[in-house]
Ligand binder design. Structure first.
Ligand SMILES: [Mg+2]
Length: 348
């Protein structure tokens, strides 16, 4: 089987009237890029890359894939995807492989694995050798622009749906405001539901230490990205000094960055993002590193790709999800556990 054609499409989403917000960004809508790798036998491997904001990003990524990556894909054997990805890294190195080019590599890698899965008729997590067929899921529902009533209502809705945990955004202007949010949700969901918190890089180190210490009494499952994502020394200090587990990883690019954080004990949960970490091939390497250092792995974001990778990560702990809606809602939850996808490749 060879790749015969590459098709890229992008679209923008209309801006939300009341956009959701975290401590770093207002997520107005953005858009998405779909990539199709069409094989000479007619099979199609697909990927979709979403942007929560930046209207120009989908068009820019589609152009990058079409003009820089696609020419290296024509005629290639998708079963040799490690070789293909290394070629794409070399090709993009001149301008910088990290950043948007990594989004492109990830999109290609997802589509390659989807194609291989379809060619063999097997879901990707079964191809890779799964450690489990389900795992706990939590719902990210507590946006920073929600008032306390909305926050309580959204978290209650997630628990009612069956999630074993809820995540809320922190990083409000004051510690007092953050604590009011945590207290409101903890009292709403009770002690049996895990409560994750996320400050989206908004704090400086001293303030992160102060707020992290204050979170301890509310039995918080983790304190995510308290400080800027690149600040390795800051994360080492936070992890050593805080009782609440520090989580990070959604803004790290490539396995070497993860190796640094893991080897230096700079977090207690690692959270690769499919687009930024570099796609399934790179994330499987990250998962192996995390298990070597005994660090639990939680996904940043959901979807069949993130869920498939969690099935194969030795130290997988949590799937991140929104509350599914509609007749074909995914993931399927059973007793709070998200069930592995069942379609070939990355099909649900
Ligand atoms: Mg986050």
């Amino acid at each position: 089987m060879r790749i015969h054609r590459v098709e890229t499409k992008f679209k923008n989403r209309p801006h939300a009237r009341q956009p959701i917000r975290d401590a770093l960004q207002t997520l107005t809508g953005g858009g998405e890029v779909t990539l199709e790798l069409i094989a000479d036998d007619g099979l199609v491997g697909r990927s979709t890359t979403s942007f929560g904001r930046i209207d120009g990003a989908p068009k820019t990524l589609a152009t990058l894939i079409e003009t820089e990556l696609a020419p290296l894909l024509i005629g290639r054997d998708p079963f040799l995807n490690g070789m293909i990805l290394e070629d794409l890294k070399r090709e993009t190195e001149y301008q910088g492989t990290f950043g948007l080019a990594t989004f492109g590599l990830s999109a290609v890698d997802v589509a390659l694995w989807d194609l291989v899965g379809k060619a063999t008729g097997v879901p990707c997590h079964r191809l890779w050798g799964a450690y489990r067929d389900r795992l706990p899921a939590y719902a990210m529902v507590g946006w920073l622009n929600y008032d306390l009533d909305t926050l309580r209502r959204k978290c209650a809705e997630a628990v009612k749906f069956g999630f074993k945990g809820v995540k809320i955004k922190l990083g409000a202007p004051t510690l007092d405001e953050d604590l009011k949010r945590v207290e409101a949700v903890r009292k709403e969901v009770g002690r049996d539901v895990a409560l994750m918190t996320d400050a989206n890089q908004a704090l400086h180190l001293a303030e992160a230490l102060r707020r992290g210490a204050a979170l301890a009494e509310w039995d918080v499952a983790w304190f995510e990205e308290p400080i800027p994502a690149h600040d390795l020394d800051g994360y080492i200090e936070l992890t050593a000094r805080l009782a609440v587990p520090v989580a990070t990883g959604e803004n790290l690019y490539g396995r070497a960055a993860f190796a640094n954080f893991l080897a230096k004990r700079a977090c207690r949960f690692i959270q690769p993002d499919l687009r930024r970490a570099g796609g399934p091939t790179e994330i499987r390497a990250v998962a192996a590193l995390a298990s070597g250092f005994g660090v639990p792995y939680a996904s940043h974001g959901g979807g069949p790709e993130a869920l498939s990778l969690l099935m194969c990560a030795p130290t997988a702990a949590w799937l991140e999800s929104g509350i599914p809606s509609g007749p074909n809602a995914r993931p399927v939850l059973e007793h709070g556990m998200a069930l592995a996808p069942t379609g070939p490749g990355f099909g649900w």
